[in-house]
Design a protein around this ligand. Structure first.
Ligand SMILES: [Zn+2]
Length: 320
């Protein structure tokens, strides 16, 4: 019997979500606030405190035995600080200390990056379940990811391991906002898929929607420029996935996020491009699958990370 719960926070550039999660990954209580991303750091922290207060008002709160935080990165789990790119008011912000103070009771707190959280969720409940070695990716406004190695999510010393979006797959490619060049994200993120299509002559429909989803719709209708933009994104993802597989022998790559919503428009060329890049015998069995945990992946993954953080005895029911 698992009667204890885990509290989870999912902190992103648009929303701050909180939940009480049971040992099967079910969300029993939730709270949410928009992220005042362009305000000062204290205002952002007040939104986190409001979410925590709402969780603490639940009669279930007393059953929480740990708290997991998944945050937009970069994070520094070893220092307990976060510096989310999309939240300029937080640079080296001592989130773990502030959350610990805000909850007013002792709970062990585990901080991981959002890519690691999503990976923990997919390994616990999603497409990577049952795999001991996996790469999970979120392809949306940015490209993030995380690793499962030897049967466990591998966060790395600062909680950022598996950040595949900023691996270079084009040595002389375009400058990336991270300072690098030719990064996977610079080629495969939703905004870059849309930008490339527009630059090459694709025009949106009468509604004027220039999102990556609109480009996917055009690709499905046979537009060659829209199709080519997704093929280029798929090629970058395939090169990054193949490099990861060659380095650490992953068995599956799970791809989620808004861009994965393009379905076969992305996964078709992605599987084809993988055959070009994943060539050595030990990576040829690599499979690619869409993520299944959806919008709650951050919360469920933060809960999983917190549970794992407590050690082997508390591994969530139903894993691997
Ligand atoms: Zn980069």
């Amino acid at each position: 019997m698992h009667n204890s719960l885990v509290a989870a926070l999912d902190i992103g550039g648009t929303k701050i979500a909180g939940a009480l999660v049971d040992g099967n990954g079910a969300i029993l209580h939730r709270a949410q606030r928009p992220t005042p991303a362009h305000d000062d750091g204290e205002t952002v922290m007040r939104a986190v405190e409001n979410v925590l207060a709402e969780l603490a008002a639940s009669p279930l709160w007393v059953r929480a035995t740990a708290l997991g935080i998944g945050s937009a990165g970069p994070v520094d789990a070893s220092a307990g600080t976060v510096s989310p790119v999309n939240v300029p008011g937080w640079r080296g912000f001592p989130l773990v200390e502030r959350v610990s103070h805000a909850i007013g009771r002792h709970l062990p707190i585990t901080l991981v990056g959002d890519g690691v959280a999503m990976t923990a969720a997919e390994h616990w409940q999603g497409a990577a379940r049952g795999y001991d070695n996996a790469l999970c990716m979120v392809v949306s406004t940015g490209v993030g990811g995380g690793l499962v190695l030897g049967g466990k999510p591998h966060a790395g010393p600062t909680g950022n391991a598996g950040h595949i979006g900023h691996i270079s797959v084009d040595l002389d490619g375009d400058l990336c906002p991270c300072g690098g060049r030719g990064c996977v994200e610079r080629i495969a993120s939703g905004p870059n898929i849309a930008r490339r299509a527009l630059e090459n002559g694709w025009r949106p429909g009468p509604g004027g929607d220039t999102s990556a989803a609109a480009v996917a719709e055009a690709a499905r209708a046979g537009d060659p420029v829209a199709t080519a933009s997704y093929e280029r994104a798929a090629q970058a993802l395939a090169a990054g996935i193949a490099a990861t597989a060659t380095l650490v022998e992953i068995e599956i790559a799970v791809v989620g996020g808004g861009v994965a919503g393009a379905g076969d428009v992305l996964f078709g060329p992605l599987r084809r491009a993988l055959r070009d890049y994943a060539t050595l015998s030990f990576v040829q069995r690599l499979t690619v699958a869409p993520a299944v945990t959806g919008t709650d992946a951050g919360l469920v993954g933060a809960a999983a990370a917190a549970t794992l953080g407590q050690g082997e005895a508390a591994v969530p029911a139903g894993r691997g």
